[in-house]
Design a protein around this ligand. Sequence first.
Ligand code: ZN
Length: 393
Amino acid sequence: MQVIQSDMSPPKILTNPPIETAINIRKLSSTELLLHTKRLALDERRIGIEVLHHLREIERRRIYADIGYASLFDYVVKELEFTESSAYHRISAMRAMRDLPELEEALQTGKLSVSTVSQVQSFLRAEAVHKKKTFSKEDKASLFRSMEGKSTREVQKELVDRSPVSALPKQREKQMTEEWTELRVCLKQETLQKLKRLQDLVGRRFKEPSSYAELIDLLAELGLKKFDPLMKMAPEKKEPQSKSNVRGELESPEEGREMDAAVKDRSNAGEDMRSSEASHARYRSRTDCTTRVLSTPRVLSTSKVNSRYISSSARAQVWKEARGRCTYRNPKTGIRCGTTRWLEIEHLTPHALGGTNSPDNLTLLCKAHNWVRAKQAFGRGKIEKYERANKKP
Ligand SMILES: [Zn+2]
């Protein structure tokens, strides 16, 4: 296994030039101070737009891939050190401005902010996906114009009124640590009220306010006990009857018992938790085959074996050696891509140039670095010509 390298020079670290306006602020009159602040705000917007133009050119040339990043987003977060949401908004606004150059003026004058442009752009994209709806340039421009001067919240409300499915933030899972994942989900008021009511009931019964995380866990436990045949097959635990006979305000004694059992699973850290873990482990071992099917690289049917066929053992070896990550590393910047997304098994010496299918000629690369590799092997001109010829209308 080799690590792909590129001769692309490392980006030069630019130091900030001294700021012209570094004057003694305390000596300014109030009028001067206000004027200076206004000028700085204008400069900040102008520089923000300049950044968007630069990002557009970096994307066009795919320089992010040359220096070791899997996507423009990765470059903006890791190299420019913007937060993920800031990177997302900037890239989204850059793409909107690429389609509608007139947005630049609205951004420069402050009629639209980068985040508003990004919100509307994401909405348009979601409409295209969810409703297969295409907008003419004039429709898009008019939607952007209708948002001028509005706050993020007002824009959000207007977009949700037009189409909730496209305007609400997508649900998102973000793994924080091995154990914890942040889950973002939008709920209807009605659902939230039900959750609050349950929170109140559980809190009253066990004298501890329940967080949403605990409530979701409790609901998942109850739901699995009710619907999951594998959980039903697991031997029943003998739950000690709750000494309190107060059923609270639950609908039925049956539901009350299930709730007791589920809450006790959460609150008794010892044996109960371990046996609950064990039943989950049984559940997982039964469902692991699904996970494996999803995570194993696609293997060609043996009936279609041809010279490009890579054996499943070779694929497995390549994935194992690469630890399921893109192997691209830029020798000068030292940046290793390492992304776990958009991976493909690629030939180090391309198949077209006589490369074999043995594991020492194979590696794992993301889409961006497959492109860098192809560019190195065949030349940029040929690759772009090929891409233009294969571009979907
Ligand atoms: Zn990569």
